[in-house]
Design a protein around this ligand. Structure first.
Ligand code: COA
Ligand code: AMP
Length: 630
């Protein structure tokens, strides 16, 4: 069936559509219906089904006789390691780890934080939690202690599973001291920690609290899969909002299984047994959905790649991995391609590799600029499909469903809405706007299976952040428009979230850190355009009256503060001291105007600005950093 038929089939009978898709999942008890709308505008899917994620991602493939197929290919140029783990081996490893966790008291509903780099053990930890019905929360390795502590206090984990270290090009990331610092700072203390000791760095274990990954599995009884309700949380994944307090996106078990499984064939066009590679990190939603769960649920082989697009060892690494492991579908963020294009502008390195097995490249996580898309298409010789989604949805809102026949690609658009998503462009008053008109992008409720039903322990915040502004809709936080053919165009965020190298960051969160510096009276952080990373954060600092310390020292200190409290991933390196910030007469900082000045774009003088002369001071300050030169 073609896309339009499938979308129409969903529109005509959403319940039937999702019950049909649910048949591809092994249920311990079939759900009696798909949608549960008793608590609208809060919705649930497959709530009375009983199911286990790990069974569907691992055991069922072994039971079906595919135990010898590779489940995970680990390819780590930073440690010069390659390893293949079959489904049968994965089952044994996960069952053993789950057995050891259970022996130490982890049960269904308990939270487990996972703080690990891109190693197969990270996936095994996630799957072991799923096996027990425990709720994992993976924290990205590029976050520092403070961010980890915030998540520990919100999720209140019984256990934390961490690696001794991560490897970034040129440096070892000492996870264990970061973990110790986070536990020390957090009010909540886990009962125990499991430490996966890597060869590159063996960490000191804290007696009475830490156990060794291998040692604590010795002699345990492997755990069987524990069936859970369809609406049981599979995991919590924290994502940036407008403040320093991250939002705990809850992923429900049943909808997650159904939607991800549906996406593999219909969106990514792969068959079970084929190799799927998402070059992201397990700490992000792309890693959850498309490194770990979806490929395994669908019976594909997933690639766990520990490296970077460039420098590990060169800009041909991606081509090597695609060629060597016969990757059929490849997914990454546009920033990775910008990095490759910068190092190898003509794409010459690809000539050394045979990537003929690849059928398409999928891009997401940030706006795919047409130059990069064109470059990738030309160099790789395969179709390039942008698609748009968020941590909150867990899978594609708009894309090009390659498994549903061909669709015309419009460069600059991430495609058309997937079944389950009734996407509307709304004006400020919540009325739909005509094609071609910019507005807030919203999705009519209910959202489809797999999307967030709420935020962890924060239902009021969930309603306020997503549901209250446009009653009857989910507010995506993105602005854009739709063309006459129904293709969407994503233009900007409507909140303070910025996107740095495909990583979602809160400028509000950074402002909280800057404001904590003893010499800073007031501050603002904006996202300025960056050729490689899409955006970079840039801070303006107003100092306390009487502060006569050298500005360069203060800038250095706030840069270190953000790295220390949020983490290196914030990529916060630009800050400048100014006398005043531009504000409206009611005192609102004019961040959007400052962004336009930094990016040398035309802007309309805000009618409500208090003192237009401040903008000249801002321009001059930005010029000292190399911005606002146009
Ligand atoms: N653990 C610890 N530190 C990490 C980390 C991790 N898992 N990931 C990144 N960092 C650090 C980096 O080492 C860097 O530190 P530095 O300031 O000491 O150089 C900092 O965080 C910023 O990282 P990043 O923004 O990723 O920049 P980079 O220069 O290391 O790499 C790219 C730039 C474009 C190559 C890289 O961002 C990339 O490959 N992106 C792919 C996109 C992606 O994975 N997106 C995820 C969503 S799909
Ligand atoms: P995250 O939750 O980290 O996946 O970030 C989601 C946000 O990234 C979206 O709300 C968008 O702002 C942005 N984003 C993701 N994919 C795209 C895309 N294909 N085009 C434009 N922006 C995107």
């Amino acid at each position: 069936m073609a896309y339009t038929d499938v979308y129409a089939a969903w529109q005509n009978d959403p319940e039937g559509f999702w019950m049909q898709a649910a048949q591809a999942i092994d249920w311990d008890r079939q759900p009696s219906r798909a949608l549960w709308d008793e608590n609208a505008p809060l919705y649930e899917w497959f709530a009375d089904g009983m199911v286990n994620t790990c069974w569907n991602a691992v055991d069922r493939h072994v039971a079906a006789g595919r135990g010898d197929q590779a489940a995970i290919i680990y390819d780590s140029p930073v440690t010069h390691t390659k390893q293949t783990i079959s489904y049968a081996e994965l089952k044994d490893r996960v069952a053993s780890l789950a057995g050891a966790l259970r022996a130490k008291g982890v049960e269904k509903g308990d939270r487990v934080i996972i703080y690990m780099p891109m190693v197969p053990e990270a996936l095994e930890a996630m799957l072991a939690c799923a096996r027990l019905g425990a709720i994992h929360s993976v924290v990205f390795g590029g976050f520092a202690s403070h961010e980890l502590a915030v998540r520990i206090d919100d999720a209140r984990p019984k256990c934390i599973i961490a690696a001794s270290c991560g490897i970034e090009p040129g440096r070892v990331v000492h996870y264990k001291p970061l973990l110790d610092g986070a536990i020390e700072a957090a009010a909540h203390k886990p009962d125990f920690c499991v430490i996966f000791q890597r060869e590159q760095e063996v960490a000191h274990l804290t007696e009475g609290r830490d156990v060794d990954w291998h040692a604590f599995q010795y002699g345990v009884t492997p755990a069987d899969c524990v069936p859970v309700e369809g609406n049981h949380p599979a995991y919590i994944l924290y994502t940036s909002g407008t403040t320093g307090q991250p939002k705990g996106v809850v992923r429900p078990t049943g909808g997650h299984l159904v939607a991800l499984n549906w996406s593999m064939k219909n969106i990514y066009g792969v068959e079970p047994g084929e190799v799927f590679w998402a070059a992201s990190d397990v700490g992000w939603v792309v890693g959850h959905s498309y490194i770990c769960y979806a490929p395994l649920i669908h019976g594909n082989t997933t690639v766990v790649f520990e490296g970077k697009p460039v420098g590990t060892p060169d800009a041909g690494t991606f081509w090597r991995v695609i060629a060597e492991h016969k990757v059929r579908a490849f997914f990454t963020a546009p920033t990775a391609f910008r990095a490759i294009k910068r190092d190898d502008p003509k794409g010459e390195l690809i000539a050394n590799y045979d990537i003929s097995n690849l059928h398409a490249l999928f891009l997401a996580g940030e706006r795919a600029d047409p130059d990069t898309v064109e470059w990738a298409r030309r160099v790789m010789g395969v179709p390039v499909y942008d698609h748009w989604w968020q941590t909150e949805t867990g899978w594609t809102i708009a894309g090009y469903p390659t498994g549903l026949g061909g669709m015309t690609v419009k460069v600059g658009s991430p495609g058309v809405p997937m079944p389950g998503y009734d996407v509307q462009i709304l004006d400020e008053a919540g009325h739909p706007v005509p094609a071609g008109t910019l507005g807030a992008i919203a999705v009519r409720l209910p959202l489809p299976p797999g999307t967030l039903p709420t935020l962890w322990n924060a239902e009021a915040r969930f309603r306020k952040s997503y549901l209250d502004h446009f009653p009857g809709f989910y507010e995506t936080g993105d602005a854009g428009y739709r063309d006459e053919d129904g293709y969407l165009y994503i233009m900007a965020r409507t909140d303070d979230v910025i996107n740095v190298a495909g990583h979602r960051l809160s400028t509000g969160g950074m402002e909280e850190v800057l404001a904590g510096h003893p010499d800073v009276a007031e501050c603002a952080v904006i996202g300025v355009t960056d050729e490689l990373k899409g955006q970079l954060p840039l801070g303006f600092l107003c100092l306390n009256k009487g502060c006569d310390r050298p500005h360069a020292d203060i800038v250095k200190e706030v840069v270190a503060r953000v790295r220390d409290q949020i983490g290196p991933v914030a990529a916060f390196k630009l800050a400048v001291v100014v006398d005043r910030l531009p504000k409206t007469r009611s005192g609102k900082i004019l961040r959007a105007t400052m962004v336009k000045i930094a990016d040398s774009e035309d802007f309309k003088m805000p009618a409500t600005i208090d003192d237009p002369a401040i903008l000249d001071e801002i321009r001059a300050a930005l010029q000292t950093l190399g911005y606002a030169r146009g």
